[in-house]
Design a protein around this ligand. Structure first.
Ligand SMILES: [Zn+2]
Length: 138
């Protein structure tokens, strides 16, 4: 769960590199040590393991034994995810999640990353134009 530079992470990094997007890895100064961030867009990309974060896809089936144990564990992970997201949001960072199973499909992954980039650019433009309008008021 805490392993760094996993296969899914490397796949996402590759796509960003191809697009010439500057990113940083494993940022300890943000809550939860995000896998990837894009500083220019103030975006966190959280690459989520389907099992540990219970995606609901075929890779996230609950083990047959010790189900209560697993459910408790998953619940704790979920709570932590929300806490991290909130803490980082307070610092002005938006979190986008990319599921591990999506990284196995090149086309899907590319679409997903395009979506992240588009949404964050729109968001950044809105922020900037709000900034401009308050500047005009002064
Ligand atoms: Zn999945």
């Amino acid at each position: 769960m805490n392993s760094r530079n996993t296969k899914p992470e490397r796949k996402v990094q590759k796509v960003l590199e191809k697009k010439n997007i500057y990113f940083l890895k494993h940022i300890k100064t943000l809550a939860g040590t995000p896998d990837l961030i894009i500083p220019s867009l103030k975006v966190i990309i959280d690459i989520k393991g389907c099992f540990w974060h219970q995606h609901g896809c075929i890779h996230s089936k609950l083990p047959k034994s010790n189900q209560i144990f697993w459910m408790n564990k998953f619940e704790k992970i979920k709570i932590k995810d929300v806490q991290n997201l909130t803490l980082n949001k307070e610092k002005g960072w938006k979190t986008f999640e990319i599921w591990e199973c999506v990284t196995n499909d090149k086309i899907k992954l590319n679409e997903e990353i395009n979506k992240v980039l588009q949404i964050s650019e729109i968001y950044l433009n809105i922020q900037n134009s709000n900034q401009d309008s308050t500047d005009n008021l002064i």
